[in-house]
Design a protein around this ligand. Structure first.
Ligand SMILES: C[S@@+](CC[C@H](N)C(=O)[O-])C[C@H]1O[C@@H](n2cnc3c(N)ncnc32)[C@H](O)[C@@H]1O
Length: 342
């Protein structure tokens, strides 16, 4: 054995009192090494860096009505928080396929689930857009599945990692792609879009009341990083109340993210093929996080019920309880809807 192998590894220390890099700053990035820090972060109402607190888990499980032995799809695997609870319910006789477009996070989640004992006999991770769910289901379950679950949008791992460019709080490349290997980055998209189309995107994707003025100020420009875009939004709204400007920054980031990832086209395609993936009596449960998503899910479910494709759909939306809203601010805008295949 070499000297190197015998010597205990030194814990990497922060350089200085203000660590600059994401990996240095958050000890909870390695939860196995620092479980106490993780517990403290969760108790303070925050999400540990590099992980994702699953939203409305009990409400989702109640709507899915899982029984042991069922087979289904988690269309948005993310950190696997919902997937683990689903796997526990369907047991060793059941099977879950987990889809995700993110090539960086999906392998980590798969490894985590394998580490928890969910082997290939009960779980398979697949790199796929949920728009392609019928191919995935058709190849594995030609008779359809018992349930499909989706928890739309981004994970905390994606939002919190400055290198992914989703965050308006920290400097990073203006990217925002859930799959960085496909399509235009946010910087390229803004550089190519004209003011008219940008205005539409700001209105349709984020209900931005100052869409026209912001689109005029931002469209066609090349931004070097996330904070440059934040500065440009601020400059386009001089003399405005800080709260209004802050909301505009959030909305611009949300609208651009949805455009860059073509989120609404994927959701529309998913909702169209979803009934064809379910067995009779199979259940679809979807969590949405803003009005553009919820409108689409509501319309598809209600239309499906009128046409006799679904035997029943949720009357209204289910929302997170007070305690969860307090503990996890990301649960506040969440809306759950379900539908049962006829
Ligand atoms: C809110 S997170 C899911 C979190 C997960 N339920 C958990 O408990 O950890 C959404 C995930 O869906 C993925 N995603 C977003 N759009 C997608 C799409 N069109 N197809 C497949 N996955 C998608 C994102 O990459 C992200 O990992």
């Amino acid at each position: 054995m070499s000297d190197e192998a015998e010597r205990p590894k030194r814990r990497q220390r922060y350089r200085g009192t203000h660590p600059r890099r994401f990996e240095e700053k958050y000890k909870e990035l390695d939860p196995a090494r620092d479980p106490e820090t993780v517990a403290k972060v969760i108790a303070s109402g925050k999400t540990p860096a590099g992980s994702h607190l699953p939203v409305m888990v009990e409400e989702c499980l109640a709507a899915l009505k899982l029984v042991p032995g069922q087979c289904g799809v988690d269309a948005t695997l993310g950190h696997g928080g919902h997937a683990v609870r689903i796997l526990e319910r369907i047991g060793a006789e059941g099977f879950l396929v987990g889809l995700d477009v993110d090539p960086l996070e999906r392998p980590k989640t798969e490894a985590r689930l394998r580490g928890l004992g969910f082997d290939g006999s009960v779980f398979e991770g697949v790199k796929s857009n949920y728009a392609g769910i019928s191919k995935v289901v058709g190849e594995r379950f030609p008779e359809g599945v018992d349930f499909v679950f989706a928890d739309l949008g981004c994970s905390s791992m994606q939002l919190d990692d400055p290198a992914r460019g989703f965050s308006f709080k920290t400097a990073g490349p203006l990217d925002m792609r859930m799959n960085p290997g496909r399509g235009l980055s946010a910087a390229e998209w803004i550089e190519r879009v004209d003011a008219e189309d940008f205005e539409k995107v700001l209105m349709e994707h984020a209900d931005e009341p100052r869409a026209g003025a912001l689109a005029g100020a931002l469209a066609g420009r090349r931004f070097g990083d996330t904070l440059e875009l934040v500065r440009a939004v601020r400059e386009a709204m001089p003399m405005m109340d800080e709260e209004v400007v802050g909301l505009a920054v959030r909305r611009v980031f949300q609208a651009v993210r949805i455009a860059v990832n073509d989120e609404f086209s994927s959701l529309d395609a998913f909702l169209r093929v979803l009934p064809g993936c379910l067995k009779a009596g199979g259940r679809a449960v979807i969590l949405t996080f803003h009005s553009g998503e919820d409108r689409r899910v509501k319309k598809a479910f209600q239309q499906g019920e009128r046409e006799g494709i679904y035997q029943s759909v949720s009357d209204g939306v289910v929302v997170a309880g007070g305690e969860e809203r307090r503990m996890n601010p990301r649960s506040v805008p969440a809306k759950l809807r379900w539908a049962v295949k006829a």
